[in-house]
Ligand binder design. Structure first.
Ligand code: MG
Length: 338
């Protein structure tokens, strides 16, 4: 089987700022896996937080030789080889995982959710993310987000109160908060979490630095709101350590190496009594739709990365009254946007 890939620059509707930094253009790598006249689509959306860039994705995929595999149905063997090829590189690995799943679904003529036995009526409502900005821009973004019933707010800077004030001046919607490790001490985190409970927030994602698991456990004992692990939960082997420290986990295809690992994370988290959320990076409809096929298994979804862009080359999953609506075409089920 043959793998080809090309860079694509996604343009963002608004400059996107979180506690760690800012961007206007987000490059992704679009991947095609060809075998026996059938093409599977994949995508890598690298994040510097996990040691990747568009260049490292290109290097990883360019060094991968899949020519010894002659059957894309052998996902277990192929993906074990891809994972062992080099450490790290989770988004590059996810691109191969997605393309294989798409190929298999297309060859069998079934959408991924059917392959996994999932009910497409059970997809959740997705939140829509509002990045860090000036109060004026935030008010505008919240107004633009009118069709979305659930908002996820990025906090974790010294401007948390101004941001929350700006949001509450224009909406009463349920809010979820992501601090992206921005609250550096457990005392600050506790003060913010108590305040956010009063502001009608449903849960808080990654309040403290991933390195401070003890601080987070201290916080959870006192927190009136559930805590969800994102930066603390990269792959399946992180999950058992999070019991008693967090109430749930946020899975992302681009940090966990793809759909196969994501499925195993969902099962493991549930067995550990943790809630399951799926999030995303800035991605095209290829990766967002791939993740959405797993969404009937989720407690919370944050799959809006494609909606934050203006030049998505594909269309697949759509959002109707906030809810994810899956395509019923085979595989991931995306088509080129006209
Ligand atoms: Mg997060």
């Amino acid at each position: 089987m043959q793998l080809t890939f090309r860079r694509f620059d996604l343009r963002l509707r608004h400059t996107f700022t979180i506690a760690r930094g800012s961007s206007d253009i987000d490059p992704v790598m679009l991947v095609e896996l060809e075998h026996d006249g059938q093409v599977g689509l994949g995508e890598a959306a690298p994040s510097g937080r996990y040691g990747e860039s568009i260049d490292t994705v290109g290097q990883f995929l360019g060094s991968l030789d899949l020519s010894r595999f002659h059957d894309p149905f052998a996902l277990e063997d192929i993906l074990a080889m891809v994972d062992a090829h080099r450490p790290g590189n989770p988004a590059a690995k996810a691109a191969v995982d997605l393309a294989l799943h798409d190929w298999v679904g297309k060859r069998l003529g079934v959408p991924l959710y059917r392959l996994w036995g999932l009910n497409p009526e059970k997809t959740p409502v997705t939140s829509f993310t509002i990045g860090i900005d000036t109060p004026e821009v935030i008010r505008r973004k919240v107004e633009e987000a009118e069709p979305y019933p659930l908002l996820k707010i990025k906090l974790g800077s010294d401007h948390d109160r101004e941001i929350m004030q700006a949001i509450r001046s224009v909406t009463k919607k349920t809010l979820r908060v992501d601090a992206n490790e921005g609250w550096k001490t457990k005392e600050v985190a506790l003060e913010r979490v108590k305040w956010l409970e009063q502001e009608g927030v449903e849960f808080v994602e990654q309040p403290m630095p991933a390195a401070d698991l003890a601080g987070t456990a201290w916080l959870r004992e006192r927190s009136p709101l559930p805590l969800i692990a994102d930066e603390n939960c990269v792959r399946v082997n992180d999950i058992p350590l999070l019991r008693g420290v967090f109430d749930g986990i946020n899975i992302k295809l681009m940090k966990c190496t793809g759909l196969r690992e994501a499925m195993s994370m969902i099962r493991t988290a549930k067995a550990c009594g943790l809630k399951v959320m799926m999030g995303c990076m800035i991605e095209t409809s290829v990766a967002i739709t791939a993740g959405a096929h797993l969404s009937p298994l989720l407690d919370y979804a944050d799959l809006d990365g494609n909606v934050l862009t203006t030049n998505d080359p594909y269309r697949g999953v759509v959002i109707r009254e906030g809810r994810l609506v899956l395509p019923d075409r085979p595989g991931i089920g995306v088509v080129l946007s006209a």
